[in-house]
Design a binder for this molecule. Structure first.
Ligand SMILES: NC(=O)c1ccc[n+]([C@@H]2O[C@H](COP(=O)([O-])OP(=O)(O)OC[C@H]3O[C@@H](n4cnc5c(N)ncnc54)[C@H](OP(=O)(O)O)[C@@H]3O)[C@@H](O)[C@H]2O)c1
Length: 345
């Protein structure tokens, strides 16, 4: 097989503030034929994730290098092996990897690929509840927050890929769950299916003071655990309500990712002292060694219907920029995924 002509999405310029469609460009590229030890991969599903915004800042040193303007964007994907010169994989295998996103075809040498079982769950679930966001949720909850039965757990960004799994796992572990999300539809789902005892639509609260009051009403004895996905007024309101000995897991702060200036921290950080509380940030990659433990706990819960998941599905690679931009406007409900090519599994 010669080279394969296909599409890939490039970053045209680095956004300042909110990214828009003009920052992206779809180009026709030629993927070369695989050499010895290599495989031609077809991207079936790709993921868009908030962390990718951090890779669109060439000046900020982070745990992943910035995207280059001269290369296709990259990210997590589920791909099908189309042609294999690698003894570890055969044509028709499906794999998940932190590669393959934002393009229709790509070449792999087999490094960093995990074979997935299409019989266990839909392929796209390996980008969400059974993938990186699911591991993030499970690790932040079990390794940092460690809720006891009866504890009150507050989760922001609760209807998203990570938050929705946190809420349900916390509920299964016997906690009382207070969820925050940005629409009535999301809050209704969180109450009905998503494990929440109380769901707050944060758009109903104008500032940290109003959210503090709502949280105090929902958790009169305080919050024992806070899973932070959003930052800003959510963190301030959570700190105002933390119970003695509380744990806070800093997973993400999506409300500040498009800021052009660094925002001052919450004015009430000192509450951590008086309440003997702990706040810890983490990146999911430090827990990759626990991926099997995560899968052995969460996959059966999924199979038994004890964990539900939602997806916002976008069709075709051309939709990937819109799907990514939509993350910052709350357009996704559950995991945002793009069906790049036919899913024949
Ligand atoms: N530490 C790690 O290793 C790690 C790994 C994965 C994800 N994360 C972080 O976890 C968080 C959630 O990620 P995800 O993949 O699950 O994304 P997601 O929740 O599926 O999608 C993003 C959601 O964030 C909410 N949002 C956007 N802008 C907001 C704002 N200004 N204020 C409040 N809410 C806002 C929107 O929901 P609403 O409709 O509710 O506004 C949107 O749907 C992000 O902060 C991400 O960076 C961290």
């Amino acid at each position: 097989m010669g080279g394969t002509k296909n599409k890939a999405v490039y970053l045209k310029s680095y956004p300042a503030g909110l990214p828009g469609p003009s920052h992206f460009e779809t180009r026709v590229v030629e993927t070369p034929a695989p050499r010895d030890g290599e495989m031609l991969m077809r991207t079936v599903w790709m993921s868009v994730d908030p962390y990718m915004r951090g890779r669109m800042r060439p000046d900020v040193k982070s745990y992943v290098p910035p995207f280059s303007l001269d290369q296709p964007l990259d990210g997590g994907a589920v791909s099908e092996v189309v042609e294999s010169n690698n003894s570890g994989f055969k044509k028709g295998d499906y794999v998940v990897a932190f590669q393959g996103g934002w393009k229709e075809y790509w070449i792999s040498n087999g490094d960093g690929l995990t074979r997935v079982d299409p019989g266990l769950a839909p392929l796209s679930a390996y980008l969400g509840v059974l993938g990186m966001p699911g591991l993030t949720a499970w690790a932040g909850l079990t390794q940092i927050l460690q809720p006891n039965p009866g504890d009150t757990v507050f989760v922001s960004g609760a209807a998203g890929a990570v938050g929705s799994v946190v809420c349900q796992l916390a509920k299964i572990k016997g906690a009382r769950v207070i969820a925050s999300a940005g629409s009535k539809e999301k809050c209704d789902w969180l109450l009905k299916e998503g494990g929440a005892d109380v769901a707050l639509n944060y758009r109903d609260y104008k500032n940290a003071g109003a959210l503090t009051k709502a949280l105090a009403e929902a958790a009169p004895d305080g919050i024992n655990c806070y899973f932070e996905n959003v930052g800003g007024m959510h963190l301030e309101a959570a700190l105002n309500n933390i119970a003695f000995g509380a744990r806070i897991a800093l997973c993400g702060m999506i409300s500040v990712y498009n800021n052009t200036e660094l925002e001052p921290g919450p004015p009430n950080l000192a509450f951590l002292i008086a309440r003997s509380a702990k706040m810890q940030g983490f990146i999911v990659s430090i827990y990759l060694h626990l991926a099997m433990q995560f899968a052995s706990e969460v996959a059966p819960l999924l199979a038994q219907g004890k964990i539900k998941f939602r997806e916002s599905v976008y069709d075709g690679l051309d939709e990937a920029p819109n799907a990514f931009i939509g993350l910052f406007h709350g357009e996704n409900f559950g995991k945002a995924v793009i069906r790049v090519g036919p899913d024949r599994a």
